[in-house]
Structure formats: structure tokens, C-alpha cells
Design a protein around this ligand. Sequence first.
Ligand code: ATP
Ligand code: MG
Length: 303
Amino acid sequence: GVASVSDYEKLGVLGHGNGGTVQKVRRRKQLQQNSSTETVYALKLIHLSDQSDPVIRRQITREIAVLQTASDSPHIVKLHSLLSTARYSSIPALLLEYMNAGTLSSILNRHRKLPPKTLPWVANQVLYGLSYLHSHRIVHRDIKPSNLLLNTSGDIKISDFGVSRIMRRSLDPCDSYVGTCAYMSPERFDPDTYGAKYDGYAADVWSLGLTVMELFLGHFPLVREGERPDWASLMCAICIGDSPSLPESAGEDLRGFVDCCLKKEAGERWSVEKLLEHPFVKGDHLADSQIAFKDLLAIPLQI
Ligand code: ATP
Ligand code: MG
């Protein structure tokens, strides 16, 4: 029959998000074909209230199945399979590749900011992930530090594509959205032009630009340090005035890269393919950047 969440044993909670809980799991001993290869996974259980619309439910299941066919890249957190949750809901749980070193958001919590030397590697890896998704006609729509997962080999992989977006359709946009809206591009706030005029790929590039800025600065670039923005002030910061930019101390390549990602007009923003040719993410310094990033992961938590 269909594999079920009950075939897996829970080893602990990895985290909670807006739409679900993620647990560390492994296949139950008696079900393991070869007990010497014990694989650990991350199991994402999607929470939907019972009353939710059957149309939305069917759509989620269908879109998850599509995504299942498009996670075959070393730069994307692999979706191994869908598990039935029969007793709890009609929405399957996602059995994901386990990433053992947290997220870029947890790195920010630990180190406050990332050493500038590590950023070319981070941007390069995310660009490869986006390049894969975009070539499969998938727009992620939720690129941000907590959706960029890490392992101790120094890999940075994109997770949560599409799924979070579908789930949130049923939520109140003004509350739970704020975290995600923070990384939304200006054109996405304009329902008339978005969709009609843009294919959406440029929105992921905007979010990448903001993410790289945040990793460098140690705080979200569109609000003052320590401030918790509301929906209205965020929207103003994104849509009115110039795009944010980095100080000269960031260096020419990093500043230039961020500027190319944060062109206000979606049509002027660089594509992922073009950004992969930018000197910031290309050349001899990339290998050093990768080593610096791996070293950062090895630094133990300081309390
Ligand atoms: P959002 O709901 O906006 O996506 P989020 O990304 O924090 O917020 P989830 O995607 O539900 O929420 O993930 C919750 C947490 O679980 C993540 O922040 C991460 O720490 C952990 N996590 C998620 N997927 C994995 C995975 N494949 N391997 C290891 N940890 C994971
Ligand atoms: Mg997430």
C-alpha cells in the first residue's frame, strides 16, 4: 500500500513554520531493508484546518505531486516521497532530505551576520537552485533565510518551493503574511500588473537580493535595526522610493550584485542566468568562499 507517516519513527522536532511542523524521523527498524544504512529524514506535516476548502486541498495535493518531480537537483532539498496521514488529514506529509546544519536564518541567530567572504558561495548556490527551478517553470515565491537549508558539507539548498505559497492562500494575508511579504518584490503588490505583465521569475531574484543584504548587514534591510515592521510600513518601504543598497564598505562586487537583484522594475532586474555570470559569484575567489562558509558551520554555538 501507500507509505504512511506511521512507518516512520519520530526523533525530535526540527522546527515550526506558518503552515506546519517539521520533525526529524527515520524509518521504523522492522521496516528497514538494510539496518546498516539508517537514513534520517525531515518530515513536514502540513496543518490545515478541517474546514478548509476541498478545492484548495486537491490543489495542494496536485501541486505537491508536481514539485515531487522537480526536486532532482543538488541545490534543492529533495522531496523523497509523499506519506499518507490518513487518520489526521487528506493532505499528505512531505518526506524531505534531512539538512543537518539548520538554515541561514539559524546562522544569523548564531553569528548575527555572515562574514562577507562567505557570501559569494551562498549567492552562487542559491542561484544554481533558482536556475533549476526556473528552468522547470517553477517560481519559488518565498526565498528567504529560513527557506535556505544547510548541511555540514557546506551545501546550501532551497526548500519549500511552491508549497508555502499554496498553503498561505487560505490564511489571513495581513497577519501571518508579514514574515513572507518582507521579501516580496514591488510588482507583487500590484495585482493589475503582476501575472499579466510578469512571469514572476524576477520576484525570486528580488528576494535573493534582500536575503544577501540581510546576511551582510545582520538585520532585515528594509527596516531599522531591531524594529518589527507592520504590513503597511513594509509595503511602503518596498514600493515607495529607491531600492535599498549596501554601503561602499561592502565592496564593489557585492554592492553591484545586490543592485542587479534589486532593480525596482522587474523588467530591468537581472535574470538568474545573467547573475550567474556576475563577477561576485564567479571566479577564483569562489573556492575560498566555500571554505570560509564551511568553516563558519564548524564554529560551535557560543552562549
Ligand atoms: P515558513 O512557514 O515561512 O516556511 P519556516 O521556513 O521557518 O517558515 P518550515 O518550512 O515549516 O517553516 O520549517 C520549519 C523549520 O524546520 C525550519 O526553519 C528548519 O529549521 C526546519 N526544517 C525544515 N525543513 C527541514 C529539512 N529538510 N531538514 C532539516 N530541518 C528542516
Ligand atoms: Mg519554510
